[in-house]
Design a binder for this molecule. Structure first.
Ligand code: ADP
Ligand code: MG
Length: 383
């Protein structure tokens, strides 16, 4: 940040004046789709403790703010889940004050995490998720920028419950946008969100394409299909981390969607590749997943969800261990040497158990995908 967010800081202090009485805000540490986060210390205190001050964008839906606050209060402060020290509201502005944790950038460690380091990282992530899921909450936005890692002190922190949702087994996951429309709250998505973290529904044909349909196997949609009621399912989350059942707009989503995202993070580390899936849209995301798992497996996965997936040709799928090893030995950009040099990355010998756990996290069938508590008992962490 060129000016360390100085302009935004002075605006924030004018928007929430009590903040100025209590805290010195130093600089901006991060920015997501729905907030800006600043480093702050208490005024008039001998304590030099650092705080993270998260200022939510004023157009954030009140229901979303309430949910985030509730999660921080109920779940936070234990098992690597960020806690809450204070919540301030002034007129339409809301600020969360949390313990600050310095952290490294994922791109700085994804390429050179040794097996032992990766084990600690994944264990902490799954421990945090185990806690979240115990509360029947789906985080919905598991990704490296929401799981902070202080490499030198081996500290971890799961943050950002901005998209979290309550999960009741057997009940359709509500779409936050439809709630917003019903309540007639003014809601604006950040203009520059650029298909980043978004929360909206994709409407698709509700019924499987049957005999009466005229467009079966054709590229055009027939008039019968056009008038079919549409199906809305939550797809809140970040491209590249969405589970197959989210991409296929399955309405009965479960905490397993967070486990899939953990699997994507682990795959990134095992392959030393980031971003792994570029996923500019949901169809491309499905194609990327299909490239790994093959079209037959994906069609079966869709069938299990009551959906039909059609491919123009059969895609065989690939061995995930070979994929990781191949990606690891690619020539990669080297940070340690001068800007334009490249070096051959040394391949780490991740144990077989690591790949076994990866396959269980990235199970395309959400029903058989490993849960956080089962994963913590996996031999990878216990051998
Ligand atoms: P958003 O909902 O806008 O994505 P986040 O809660 O993810 O907001 O915060 C955005 C960024 O701010 C994070 O990626 C991280 O870099 C930084 N951040 C958030 N919470 C903390 C914290 N407690 N300590 C240090 N940095 C934090
Ligand atoms: Mg975030």
């Amino acid at each position: 940040y060129e000016d360390n967010g100085a302009k935004q800081i002075s605006l924030l202090l004018r928007t929430v004046p009590i903040l100025n009485e209590l805290f010195s805000i130093h600089y901006k540490v991060g920015e997501g789709t729905f907030s800006s986060v600043y480093l702050a210390t208490l005024k008039n205190s001998l304590q030099s403790k650092n705080f993270a001050v998260k200022h939510l964008i004023p157009t954030c839906h009140p229901g979303r703010i309430e949910r985030e606050l509730q999660c921080l209060k109920d779940i936070g402060g234990k098992d690597y889940v960020v806690g809450l020290d204070l919540c301030l509201r002034h007129a339409g502005s809301v600020v969360f004050v949390m313990p600050f944790m310095k952290h490294d950038k994922f791109s700085d460690y994804v390429q050179d995490m040794k097996p032992i380091e990766m084990k600690g990282y994944m264990k902490a992530l799954l421990t945090a998720l185990h806690r979240v899921h115990k509360f029947n909450i789906i985080h919905r936005d598991i990704k490296p920028s929401n799981f902070l890692y202080d490499r030198s002190n081996k500290k971890y922190l799961l943050v950002d419950f901005g998209l979290a949702q309550q999960y009741t087994p057997g009940v359709k996951i509500k779409n936050i946008n439809s709630e917003i429309n019903q309540n007639k709250f003014q809601y604006t998505e950040r203009k520059s969100f650029n298909e980043n973290t978004i929360d909206r529904s994709l409407k698709t044909s509700n019924k499987p394409v049957g005999d009466k349909c005229y467009c079966f196997g054709k590229s055009k949609i027939c008039s019968l299909c056009l008038i079919r009621p549409s199906q809305a399912a939550s797809r809140a989350g970040t491209p590249g981390f969405r589970a197959p059942e989210v991409l296929l707009k399955y309405p009965w989503q479960t905490p397993a969607i967070d486990i899939w995202a953990c699997g994507v993070m682990m795959l990134s580390i095992l392959s030393g590749t980031q971003p792994l899936f570029r996923s500019p849209d949901d169809m491309t995301a499905l194609a990327e997943i299909t490239a790994i798992f093959g079209s037959n497996a994906m069609q079966q996965c869709a069938r299990n969800l009551g959906k039909k997936l059609i491919f123009s040709s059969e895609i065989p799928g690939i061995d995930i261990v070979l994929l990781c090893q191949k990606l690891q030995t690619r020539k990669k950009y080297s940070k340690s040497t001068a800007s334009e040099t490249f070096k051959q990355e040394i391949r780490f010998n991740y144990p077989e158990d690591a790949y076994n756990l990866l396959a269980k996290l990235l199970d395309i069938d959400y029903k058989t995908r490993i849960t956080a508590d089962q994963a913590l008992l996996h031999p990878f962490f216990n051998s």
